[in-house]
Design a protein around this ligand. Structure first.
Ligand code: PEP
Ligand code: MG
Length: 324
């Protein structure tokens, strides 16, 4: 990392004309915690909980999970840590829990699977809540939401877990609850979701995959997978607008957030935060601290009117180059 970027570690992420945006890290491995410390972040915007499930030969138990979650929550406290409930299915499978779908990305994935197995869901939620005792920085996020009923059921189960823990003498603070907006249906229901939740986070990796009907892991169609496709930009902008109108915080936690040029567009949309791998955070912080918000707004206005992703890319590159 260049010394210039490294020196931004302790600086705030705020534009030269005074607009602040939170920069969070995505984590999933214990190793991510140390790396995040070195870049100076505002917390964890997405903790993927899948990895410990994938490397074992059975579902990790409540105690085992609680210890893992405690480690992340403690490392960042008092900054917020967003733990996402298990998102298997799609391309992520567990050796001891095979899922046979003809079309895995349209199948039994994320919240769909865990709500069908409330014992798996409740064990994880109990572990998260227990891990948060005395800390108060836990946020819980649900993946692959496509229906309001899923959010309502998930919320009921979280409340049930909290009630049962309280009866056992564990007083876990009420966590903030949020959903990933990563299925196109959720974009069009963003307002209803915002009414039922404390925050939303755009999962642009899956949102682009589903909007463009392009498998995010298929090299044959990789050139069609484009986060700057007008459909993707407009969808993400729509979620940001809903968030502003409803006064519910919206972040982006997909790969878009870690691209400095695209981050400027997301800032201009009025996103409250961006969550990315720690490796890209300082570069995004540099872009935020370098390009005035009013310039980013102009950039966004032009980008939203463009018909080709290549035009948008040229524009964001030019803007970054113009600022050094
Ligand atoms: C996403 O879909 O954008 C996302 C952040 O989640 P994942 O990459 O784990 O599916
Ligand atoms: Mg996703």
């Amino acid at each position: 990392l260049s010394a210039g970027l490294k020196s931004l570690q302790h600086e705030r992420s705020i534009t030269p004309d005074g607009v602040a945006i939170k920069l969070y890290v995505n984590t999933g491995l214990v190793a991510d915690i140390g790396a995040s410390r070195e870049v100076g972040c505002d917390g964890v915007g997405l903790h993927r909980t899948e990895f410990p499930f994938m490397i074992r030969d059975r579902f990790p138990g409540e105690e085992e999970q609680a210890q893992l979650y405690r480690e992340v929550l403690e490392a960042f406290a008092p900054l917020p840590v967003t733990l996402r409930t298990l998102d298997v299915g799609g391309d992520k499978t567990l050796p001891y829990f095979p899922i046979h779908d003809d079309n895995p990305f349209l199948g039994w994935r994320g919240i769909r699977m865990t709500l069908d197995h409330p014992e798996i869901f409740l064990t994880q939620i109990r572990a998260m809540l227990r891990a948060s005792e005395g800390l108060g920085n836990l946020r819980i996020m649900f993946p692959m939401v496509s229906r309001l009923e899923e959010v309502e059921e998930a919320r009921r189960l979280v409340e049930r877990a909290r009630r049962e823990l309280a009866e056992e003498g564990v007083e876990a603070p009420a966590p903030l609850l949020g959903a990933m907006v990563e299925v196109p249906a959720a974009v069009y229901q963003a307002e209803s979701l915002a009414r039922r939740l404390d925050f939303l986070s755009v999962g642009s990796n899956d949102l682009a995959q589903y909007l463009l009907a392009v498998d995010r892991n298929n090299s044959r169609v990789a050139s069609l997978y484009d986060e700057l496709h007008p459909a993707v930009l407009r969808a993400v902008n729509e979620v940001a607008e809903v968030g502003r109108r409803m006064e519910v915080p919206v972040t982006v936690c997909g790969g878009m957030a870690g691209d400095p040029g695209i981050a400027l567009l997301l800032l201009a949309m009025g996103m409250d935060g961006l969550s990315m791998s720690s490796a890209g955070l300082l570069r995004v912080k540099w872009a935020v601290r370098t390009v005035p918000y009013r310039d980013a707004r102009r950039l966004l206005d032009r980008a939203l009117g463009m018909e080709y992703p290549s035009e948008v890319r040229r524009l964001t590159n030019e803007t970054l180059e113009a600022h050094g």
